[in-house]
Ligand binder design. Structure first.
Ligand code: 8YV
Length: 323
């Protein structure tokens, strides 16, 4: 008998075929993403779950008495209740590595778009507002040779450093809970304490997982420490930032601009003041969203799931859940 699994997010055909070969699969067929309540109703018999973005709460697990494996189609697992999973002996997996370059590309896109005002000026041209002699009204700031400060130096951080250093000749510093002497040597990186990094950087990129320690790590005090010309980029998780403080910093000119892929509430409400500001570039949480990378992530997640269900060590167990 094949193990029963519930596939809660859309996966490409070859991933579906692989899962069906090894598991007895049920799949979410809805057009919209599955809600927590809909998911809870479908987990009574499931031994495995493939999921993207849904909260794996203690309550959800109460409705999944046979569940042995949760396979996340994401590198981030901040919405998994790790204690609840651990206490039930549930294996949790995620998808690191395959998305590093794709997320790093998007980070550079946000840096470039914010510095050169790409979306704002795109809207100006589209709305017929481009006139002769606008001159400095169209000016932005340079990315090349500027100072970049990265908060969080993991795999994606390193992929950003490569692009920034070798593509744009940027002067790159980083802050991380643990120093990374190896990355410092390979890339000529400077290590700075957080406050120093905030004070020195032209671009501050937040690239850290969301944990109890990083929750709202950037707030009013941190924005005050940044240069008035600083550009803030967040491609990690919305809850790493105090969004009200960010809005205020952007409105008051405490910082120059922001490029955002993530928010406190997703999808962002149309009422969110961030959407009314010309100095903000907003994207809908698409850091890893290329067809190729999402397909690779789904395949890694499927392999993790099948390996765990068949008693093999999955390649990417959530580090905090490793025995
Ligand atoms: C996920 C992400 O696809 O991998 C991550 O952690 O942020 C995205 O690439 C998304 O979070 C799933 O909802």
């Amino acid at each position: 008998m094949k193990p029963k699994v519930y596939i809660a997010s859309k996966v490409p055909n070859e991933v579906k075929a692989y899962l069906e070969e090894h598991c007895d699969c049920e799949m979410w067929q809805g057009e919209e993403a599955i809600t927590g309540a809909q998911l809870a109703e479908r987990l009574t018999e499931a031994e495995g779950l493939l999921v993207s973005g849904n909260a794996i709460s203690n309550r959800l697990l109460d409705s999944a008495p046979k569940l042995r494996v949760v396979s996340n189609v994401s590198v981030g697992y901040n919405n998994n209740d790790l204690d609840a999973m651990r206490s039930r002996g549930i294996i949790g997996t995620h998808t690191p590595y395959v998305l590093d370059d794709t997320v790093a590309d998007l980070t550079l896109a946000l840096m470039l778009a914010s510095a050169r005002r790409v979306t704002e000026l795109h809207n100006l041209v589209r709305s017929g507002g481009w006139q002769r002699g606008m001159g400095e009204g169209l000016f932005g700031v340079d990315v090349h040779h500027a100072k970049l400060g990265i908060i969080g130096m993991g795999r994606i951080g390193e992929a950003i450093v490569k692009r920034a250093k070798f593509g744009f000749d940027m002067d790159v510093a980083y802050y991380n809970r643990n120093r990374k002497p190896d990355a410092e040597e390979r890339f000529g990186l400077r290590y700075l304490q957080m406050d120093e990094l905030l004070a020195q950087s032209d671009f501050v990129v937040l690239m850290t997982p969301l944990t109890p320690e990083t929750k709202r790590m950037i707030g009013a005090e941190q924005f005050r420490l940044m240069k008035p010309g600083a550009i803030f980029i967040n491609v990690s998780r919305g809850d790493t930032v105090d969004e009200a403080a960010l809005i205020e910093a952007l409105q008051n000119g405490t910082i120059r601009a922001a490029g955002l892929d993530v928010y406190e509430m997703e999808p962002v409400s149309p009422e969110n003041p961030l959407l009314k500001l010309d100095n903000v570039v907003t994207l809908p949480h698409i850091g890893s969203a290329t067809a190729q990378t999402r397909s690779n992530m789904a395949m890694v997640a499927a392999r993790n799931l099948v390996d765990a269900l068949y008693g093999r060590e999955p390649q990417y167990v959530i580090p905090e859940l490793k025995a």
